[in-house]
Design a binder for this molecule. Sequence first.
Ligand SMILES: [Zn+2]
Length: 418
Amino acid sequence: MTPRLWAAGTFAVLLVALIVFAVLTVPRHRSPAPRADQLAALQQLPAEKVDRGRAFHAALRPGSYASMVLGLVLALLLGLTPLGARLVELAGQPFGDHWLARAVLGGLAIVLLTELITLPLAAWRHTIVVRYGISTQSWGGWTVDLLKSLGLGAVLGAIVLAAFFTVTHFAPRWWWAFGAAGAAGLVVLLSFVLPVLVEPVFNKFTPMADGPLRTELLELAARDGVPVKDVLVADASRRTRAVNAYVSGLGPTRRIVVYDTMLTEATPDEVVSVAAHELGHAKDGDVLTGTILGALGAALAVVFLFLLGSWRWLLDLAGVDSIAEPRAIGLLLAVTTVAGLVAGPAQAWVSRRVEARADTHALALTGDPETFEAMQRRLGTVNLSDPDPPAWEHTMFASHPSTVQRMAAARAWARGER
Ligand SMILES: [Zn+2]
């Protein structure tokens, strides 16, 4: 059997594994609460808040779509013309065209170029979130965050590029096997290690002071059978007014993290309701499920790239001899950008189903649909979400059920529809 045949077989096995795993783990049992409940919930939201949320999203929309289109056009330009290959060659020139220099510096040059070209749109976005009072960040703080994430991305990117092209260099026929295993391993590593590593770069965490809320949150976790090491408060207010809470870490490192904005904006009962939702994610192993889905997807993507690499027409467009050489980084970017756009709606759908299940968990754990609904209303208005976004936009991008869907779910739950 040739490596190509092995790759095709591996691709088929991974694809079946991904589908079977998704079917087994993604909750599909319940459709969103009746539209009538959603409309009733919408009626009860203060009209001026709804208008403001809609105006906010209307203001963001042109920039978001422009950024998406620009990113795609740029990726296609770098990948489906020899432009990307030329850029990689230039980056490697000072180092005698060494393949490793091309891989790392060429890759970083391409990523940096796309970042720079979409930077004005990111800045425009910042002016809008400041104007609507969501962001509390000055341009200085915004720039520092940007540099931090660029630096972090460069370090991570350099490691991945060096590793990937070392493998393709030394195993030109079997790199896809090592690459697939490596990509899957990387997803697992990042989802377990990255939060612990990255969170402190952007925020400071302090244990929540002893008091009734801390006690109640720890009791809630204990009652739910989800051991939690600590309750932490993140100093999110230095960049945002948005409220949020999440559970991070696995097993012995698991902790509940509450934005400090949440403590000033929401009532303690609402904080408990949000924490109950987050505990649902922990209890159902949603991080693990997401990690396994991501790992299978990443492995699948690498094998797909290898198979795609025998398509001569594509290689000729990019002006490269092989999809596995550093000069093909632009082509890799183009393929992954398109694949990301195609996979996006599926990922969003999975995410919405998982979020709806965590909502049901919160309702069952607290037995308090009124507070749950109040909390959704608060999250929606403070975070300026569009409570009932256009259907197609919701389908394509939304990671959570809409505010009115979540409020309506609480009403249905209260009626005994579980
Ligand atoms: Zn959630």
